[in-house]
Ligand binder design. Structure first.
Ligand SMILES: Nc1ncnc2c1ncn2[C@@H]1O[C@H](COP(=O)(O)OP(=O)(O)OP(=O)(O)O)[C@@H](O)[C@H]1O
Ligand SMILES: [Mg+2]
Length: 304
């Protein structure tokens, strides 16, 4: 099983769009994919339901909040019981044998620490003795046999380096970092690098007080995927090419595929409850662009 956390502190860079479309693309290749929505905005969850379906199903579903509130014993099964098959998607995915499932989110997890029994002290800070256990929560539960049927887990994170994003980081084999090719987004990539170093250092410091056998945390592998790239004369417009080159020059691994800026294809996709990859009437070039990302991700998996 490969676990990919889709992260970037910066908001609106395409994390949710990429999670949904890579999920659909991997499932269409025959893979069994689980998406976990760890963002209190619940955009990933909402984008798999039409407005009518939201009223019919979504309002009645148990969400990831139940997992945060669960006691340690039997917790992995609580997470497994939240898994839901989005309506219509699997019928569209095709006959390669893959499928796509989802753990839904809700706004309650905005302050997830406070939901977890005994996680914080009375000043609201994470207890030092709980630090490693808390950060390993998702990693441990995804290692449970209840999840062994999945080939890939994609975790859509909030635009913040919150406890939920840190849990996803600790659980992940790689971090996929969508970024727009502009100044603020490329600056955010460097900030994320700093945050990852700090998390790795803090985790390993607290690990000394944790029970034996807790593995050391290594700096996670990262791959940047540029999104919303404006295309002109066979390549990104000059100002965007400059930022892409700057990030590449920093030595950060970057997807060769650049996701094109196409509001016509992406803006309305959530409304129909299926990702662009599976929607009717999508231009073939958009699907090819997304499939190129899937190809590259699969090659990255081979090198992990
Ligand atoms: N390649 C693209 N071309 C055009 N529009 C896009 C593209 N990718 C995403 N969008 C649009 O950009 C907006 C933000 O995308 P998305 O919600 O995926 O970002 P996000 O990083 O998950 O945001 P947040 O940080 O709030 O979770 C959405 O309206 C989406 O439809
Ligand atoms: Mg999002």
């Amino acid at each position: 099983m490969r676990i990919v956390a889709v992260v970037n502190n910066k908001g609106g860079v395409g994390k949710t769009t990429i999670t949904a479309n890579l999920g659909a693309g991997l499932a269409a290749r025959g893979m069994k994919v689980l998406m976990i929505d760890l963002d209190p905005q619940a955009s990933l969850t909402k984008s798999f339901f039409t407005v009518d379906e939201s009223q019919l199903f979504l309002s009645k579903l148990q969400t990831i909040g139940a997992w945060f509130r669960a006691p340690d014993k039997g917790r992995a099964q609580v997470l497994a019981d939240l898994v839901f098959s989005p309506p219509r998607c699997n019928a569209l995915i095709g006959k390669q044998g893959g499928w796509l499932e989802l753990v839904p989110s809700d706004p309650l997890i905005i302050n997830s620490e406070s939901l977890i029994p005994g996680a914080v002290d009375n000043t609201g800070n994470v207890r030092a003795a709980k630090f490693v256990g808390l950060h390993r929560r998702l990693a441990e539960d995804l290692a449970d046999p209840a999840f062994s049927k999945y080939d890939v887990v994609l975790i859509d994170c909030a635009p913040a380096f919150s406890l939920t994003t840190k849990m996803a980081t600790v659980a992940a084999d790689m971090l996929l970092m969508p970024a727009r090719p502009d100044f603020l987004s490329t600056e955010a990539i460097q900030v994320m690098g700093q945050r990852l170093l700090e998390l790795t250092r803090d985790y390993n410091k607290h690990r000394q007080a944790a029970p034996d056998g807790v593995p050391e945390m290594r700096m996670p592998r990262v791959a940047v995927l540029f999104t919303m790239v404006q295309w002109h004369n066979g390549g990104p417009i000059d100002v965007q090419a400059q930022f892409i080159n700057e990030v590449t020059a920093l030595g950060v691994p970057v997807f060769g595929t650049l996701l094109r800026d196409r509001s016509s294809a992406y803006a309305a996709s959530g409304r129909f409850g299926v990702p662009t990859m599976l929607a009717n009437g999508v231009a073939p070039e958009i699907r090819t662009n997304l499939n190129d990302c899937v190809d590259e991700l699969l090659k990255m998996f081979e090198r992990l």
